[in-house]
Design a protein around this ligand. Structure first.
Ligand code: AMP
Length: 542
């Protein structure tokens, strides 16, 4: 045994905050305000204000392990909370402002939130659930316009008298830094506790070149909300590398985002496919309006990015999409569709690979298993449930719920049905709860959706299971057409026919104005099933 060993230096977010002040003090944080003006601060301000915030929260009685919740859009003060709360040893809990008040009440009580920091514009929502949550002791309101009513403290007034220096405590890297809740559409949301260590390792691996590759010259725009899975770690990656960060506030429509990207010379943006579908449609309409020449990567994740979207950005606008997969339970990054240089693919195969969900990033392991829990072959065809493990994969949920998701040998069952090919590229066919089983055979709704969205008239498509008297289930397609475009059911069927076995073709196409969305902007198939799931049965009976 060697006597020498390395230092036991804790992997904590505090280091990123200190580093930002030491080396990236002049780096800018840009916030788009509700009135569309932009506020600018620096990482030196971030450090100074995080110190003041830590003092203020301590004065309010927040101690180690206490939960401080936020109900906020993406803005500079939310970033302060992202750093200051974990650095002082407390735990940040980001509440999803798109949830129903009853769900918010459940989550805030479940997480035992002690202090809640709320954007002034979200106070009406907060008041709808706060009275039901007994554990909330203090409310702090963010907003510049006018005094706060008697039940809240003003964020700026709270910070003003505090010293702008603090010696953050030396924390155990395994201590909790953040709690995020799953956006489960069935059952109660479950809390996932991110530790300092998991967030730091996730950040370091995210910054690797073939992962997301952040650099100090990047200008990072998290379109993904800071209330969803730590905004995919982007705030921490930006602070760690000294990249400029642009926070869009509440304006998430395609035109506002494109204005912001062009004006701030954004190099890196990330969000769910529904956002990017809208952006691509607008860019197609006005190809010359926005100068996006600074953009080096647009990360799409959270739901499957259709190949037509990836190809459309590249071939028509010269914009590169990086497709990634992750979950709240995985901090969230798990896989990235990076095309390895040794693969030597032609253009079509390269697009196919970039449209896959990719392969596991360093320190994440992936496998897929059959109903008997045995690992399946990596042949690109056999479907099974994806399991992952690694240092930023949840080992349990807060409160010990959902035990069946964690296997005895240390894997997390993702609930995604996938294939994995010989090179390790994973392709999602469905969520287990969304799979369509027709006459005992699995049909991949994602594959049909991707094909439908490659039709020039189709803006969005969601394929879901409808009950069927003979086959058990059959696929139905909900389709939103592009403005001013038409396509008949026969045309859409003809578009699909060459690509799929006959039994995969949807029994019907429903033309909708909008596909319902989850609180994180994904297609909400359970709502489609609730509304149209009995359509075929009704037709059969009469
Ligand atoms: P959430 O915890 O809300 O982020 O949801 C995680 C789930 O989103 C995963 O289990 C997948 O079903 C889905 N998801 C995330 N990224 C992708 C992707 N790139 N392609 C398809 N589905 C995805």
């Amino acid at each position: 045994m060697f006597a020498g060993r390395m230092m036991d230096y804790p992997l904590t977010l505090t280091h990123f905050l200190e580093r930002a002040r030491t080396y990236h003090a002049r780096c800018e944080i840009v916030t788009q305000n509700p009135d569309r003006t932009c506020s600018r601060a620096t990482y030196a301000d971030l450090h100074r204000r995080a110190a003041k915030l830590a003092h203020a929260l301590t004065r309010l009685g927040v101690g180690p392990g206490d939960r401080v919740a936020t109900l906020s859009w993406n803005h500079a003060r939310h970033l302060e909370l992202y750093l200051a709360v974990p650095a002082m040893g407390a735990v940040l809990h980001t509440l999803n402002l798109r949830l129903h008040p009853n769900e918010l009440a459940y989550i805030a009580a479940h997480a035992e939130d002690k202090v809640v920091v709320v954007d002034r514009s979200l106070l009406p929502l907060f008041r709808k659930f706060a009275p039901q949550v007994r554990c909330i002791r203090r409310v702090i309101v963010i907003g510049d316009d006018g005094p706060v009513d008697s039940d809240g403290l003003d964020y700026e007034a709270l910070l003003a008298p505090e010293p702008d220096h603090v010696d953050f405590p030396r924390l155990d890297e395994r201590s909790a830094a953040m709690v995020c809740y799953t956006s489960g559409t069935t059952g109660n949301p479950k809390g996932v506790v991110y530790s300092h260590r998991s967030l730091v390792l996730h950040t370091l691996v995210s910054c690797m070149h073939d992962t997301l590759g952040f650099r100090d010259r990047d200008v990072v725009l998290p379109v993904v909300p800071m209330f969803h899975a730590a905004a995919w770690g982007l705030p921490y990656s930006a602070v760690a590398t000294g990249a400029r960060i642009v926070l869009p506030g509440p304006h998430l429509d395609p035109a506002s985002l494109l204005d912001l990207m062009a004006r701030e010379r954004v190099t890196f943006a990330a969000g769910v496919p529904t956002i990017w579908l809208g952006i691509l449609a607008l860019l197609d309409e006005h190809p010359e309006r926005w100068d996006l020449s600074a953009m080096r990567a647009m990360v799409i994740g959270g739901a499957a990015a259709p190949p037509a979207l990836i190809d459309g950005f590249l071939s028509r606008h010269g914009l590169v999409v990086t497709h990634a997969w992750g979950m709240t339970e995985t901090n969230p990054l798990g896989t990235v569709a990076h095309v390895r240089s040794t693969l030597d693919l032609d253009a079509a195969a390269s697009l196919d690979t970039r449209a896959s969900q990719g392969y596991a990033v360093p320190f994440i392991e992936q496998r897929h298993v059959g109903p008997d829990d045995r690992p399946l072959p990596w042949d690109g065809a056999t479907m099974g449930e994806l399991e992952v493990r690694g240092p930023w994969v949840a080992a349990s949920y807060l409160g010990g719920e959902g035990e069946d998701r964690f296997t005895k040998d240390g894997w997390f069952k993702t609930g995604d049905v996938v294939t994995i090919d010989a090179d390790g590229y994973m392709r999602i066919a469905d969520r287990t709860k969304d799979v369509i089983k027709s006459g005992g055979e699995w049909i991949s709704s994602v594959a049909i959706e991707n094909a439908l969205m490659s039709h020039p008239a189709v803006l969005e498509a969601a394929v879901f299971a409808a009950r069927h008297p003979t086959w058990g289930e059959r696929p139905l397609a909900a389709v939103v057409l592009r403005q001013g475009q038409t396509a008949s059911k026969d045309e859409l069927c003809a578009h699909l026919e060459p690509r799929f076995a006959k039994y995969w073709l949807p029994d019907d196409f429903l033309f909708l104005d909008r596909i319902p969305r989850t609180s994180t902007g994904k297609f909400l198939k359970s709502k489609l099933r609730d509304e149209f799931g009995d359509l075929l049965e009704k037709r059969a009976s009469g």
